[in-house]
Design a binder for this molecule. Structure first.
Ligand SMILES: [Zn+2]
Length: 300
């Protein structure tokens, strides 16, 4: 009995040690789980971008080389202000899930002629072009932003197109169950039935592009009118959203507008335009207008 009793006492400490080890292991395990779950929750609480399928082309006017654009006293060149707004706009749009392309690399010394910019746009098929400029006038009292569209859009691209294999091609014809399209200089085709879910045919018309560009301009006018530091050029909307025959808007077969963010020749306005917070506010307002346009079209 004594032996048995002693054995019992010998077993008990071991038992407690095992329980203690198990408890410590459990505590460590629970701590690990809490830290892992906490980490995941932290990641989830940071804003995640939901990408959409929309591509925005940002066109920063002029460059740091031969064509600096408008020049203001104190050595401020237009391209600097254009680049600053464009950089802020790019960040804002990426944060909202858009894909962004640039007709001229922002912040670089790259030079891009209007012809080259048009070529980039016509080859990359963005859903929208936003060209950013700053204005100048002989009359230093003139101030305010303007938004330009162009109703003289070239009809050279009017026709039927097919979106297929992440490219856009001019459609040639449908024949014997195949769709023929132009890929560069080559004529290619695919089986319509086998690829039923992989392509989309759409009509491109200059008239349609002009109407959409005007709709974008109206949305930008509404969102930019909320800015504190810069007001519309005129109290009349038709004098702020203006139709002007600009090459880039005429020759690019895209929905597009140009924003003149304000007047560099107005001393007080220039000071506001040359302010990083205001540049971000302009970018945010433009992005809000873009959102509103695509929401109305139920694309986002
Ligand atoms: Zn300009």
């Amino acid at each position: 009995m004594a032996k048995k009793r002693r054995r019992k006492y010998r077993v008990k400490p071991r038992f407690f040690i095992i329980i203690a080890v198990l408890l410590i292991a459990m505590i460590l395990f629970v701590k690990l789980v809490i830290s892992v779950v906490g980490g995941l929750m932290e990641k989830e609480s940071t804003p995640s971008v939901t990408p959409n399928n929309l591509v925005i082309a940002i066109d920063s006017g002029h460059d740091s080389q031969a064509d600096k654009g408008a020049v203001a006293p104190g050595g401020i060149n237009e391209f600097m202000l254009n680049d600053a707004v464009c950089k802020a706009l790019k960040e804002e749009l990426l944060n909202r899930g858009y894909t962004v392309i640039e007709t001229r690399k922002l912040g670089s010394s790259e030079q891009k002629s209007l012809n080259e910019r048009v070529r980039i746009l016509n080859e990359s098929w963005p859903d929208l072009l936003i060209s950013i400029h700053h204005n100048a006038n002989e009359d230093a009292s003139v101030k305010g932003f303007t938004i330009i569209y162009n109703d003289k859009k070239t009809d050279a691209y009017d026709g039927q197109y097919v979106k297929y294999n992440s490219g856009v091609y001019k459609m040639i014809k449908e024949e014997n169950g195949r769709l023929f399209y132009q890929d560069g200089t080559k004529e290619k085709s695919f089986d319509l039935e086998k690829n039923a879910s992989k392509f989309q045919i759409f009509d491109l018309t200059s008239v349609g592009l002009v109407a959409e560009s005007k709709a974008v301009a109206d949305n930008l006018y509404a969102s930019m009118s909320t800015l504190e530091f810069v007001k519309p050029l005129s109290e009349k909307k038709e004098n702020t959203v203006i139709n002007q025959n600009l090459q880039i808007l005429r020759q690019a077969h895209v929905v597009g507008v140009m924003v003149e963010c304000g007047f560099m020749t107005n001393e007080a306005e220039l000071e506001q335009l040359n302010n990083a917070d205001n540049q971000k506010a302009t970018a945010k307002a433009i992005a809000d207008g873009i959102d509103a346009y695509f929401k109305a079209k139920e694309k986002i």
